[in-house]
Ligand binder design. Structure first.
Ligand code: AP5
Ligand code: MG
Length: 234
């Protein structure tokens, strides 16, 4: 299954992609996480992308498309993958479609998560992330068990550099101007499901599963299991 998590900054693409990745046992590929890892490791790519990210601007296509094309041809992507934060420009989505077509594959579903811009600001200013294992928390909606510490690895949680109000506003402007047209492009070619980002992460997950025709049937240490619903609804 090839899924795209689509939506404005802060709608919950990353949070939901992690849950789906565990349930479906396919890789979660986040361009933002890959870029942040490069920035943290002070690689040449990290040096080049940092200025764009810190200012809430898109990283140029020539630094983004090749990176993702290489990643999706890894062996672990054979049974499918979940893209989070890609494609974000018309050039990226066209490139992805062409590359998959050459392999006789295609995007199965675009999950378009929606939320008002005003609410997005609250989601992002309250977000805290673990710099070690990338787990994402929220000061009100998804609190860690111990204040300021990651539940999984106990690292000190941090705020993302681009989660200040002025940069969030810029990211939203960039989303509406450059990324939203990708959605219209996808609606003409692929299955797009629209899911509202409820103020409860589990409710949102249930709605996404339902719209994909999947029902969670329990959890284990290795992640949730799922089954496909025959009639596509729960
Ligand atoms: P990226 O890291 O992709 O950032 P983004 O798109 O701005 O999205 P976010 O990660 O901020 O939000 P999210 O939707 O994942 O929400 P989350 O689950 O964390 O990209 C960063 C930068 O990298 C870009 O600005 C750009 O510079 C560059 N870049 C990346 N990809 C690129 C590309 N393809 N081309 C060019 N440049 C690219 O949730 C947010 C918060 O809300 C969390 O605190 C969470 O706990 C909470 N929350 C989530 N869901 C719910 C819910 N249902 N109810 C309550 N709280 C919730
Ligand atoms: Mg994210």
């Amino acid at each position: 299954m090839i899924l795209i998590m689509f939506g404005a900054p802060g709608v919950g693409k990353g949070s939901q992609a992690k849950i789906l990745s565990e349930a479906l046992r396919i890789p979660h590929i986040s361009t933002g996480d890959i870029f942040r890892e490069n920035v943290a490791n002070r690689t040449e790519l990290g040096r080049l992308v940092k200025v764009h990210m810190d200012n809430g601007l898109l990283v140029p296509d020539e630094m983004t498309i090749g990176l993702i094309m290489d990643r999706i041809y890894n062996a672990d992507c054979k049974s499918g993958f979940i893209l989070d934060g890609f494609p974000r420009t018309l050039s990226q989505v066209e490139h992805l479609g062409r590359s998959l077509k050459a392999e006789k594959r295609s995007i199965d579903t675009v999950v378009n998560i929606t939320l008002d811009d005003a609410k997005i600001i609250g989601r992002l200013t309250g977000r805290r992330v673990c710099p070690s294992c990338n787990l994402v928390y929220h000061l009100a909606y998804n609190k860690p068990h111990n204040v300021g510490r990651c539940n999984k690895c106990s690292s000190n949680l941090v705020q993302r550099v681009d989660d200040t109000e002025s940069t969030i506003v810029r990211r939203l402007q960039v989303y509406h101007a450059q990324t939203k047209p990708v959605l219209s492009y996808c609606r003409d070619r692929y299955v797009v499901v629209d899911v509202v980002s409820e103020d409860d992460i589990d409710d949102t997950t249930r709605n996404i599963f339902r719209s994909l025709g999947l029902a969670a049937i329990g959890t284990s240490d290795e992640g949730s299991q799922y089954m496909r619903l025959s009639n596509g609804c729960a």
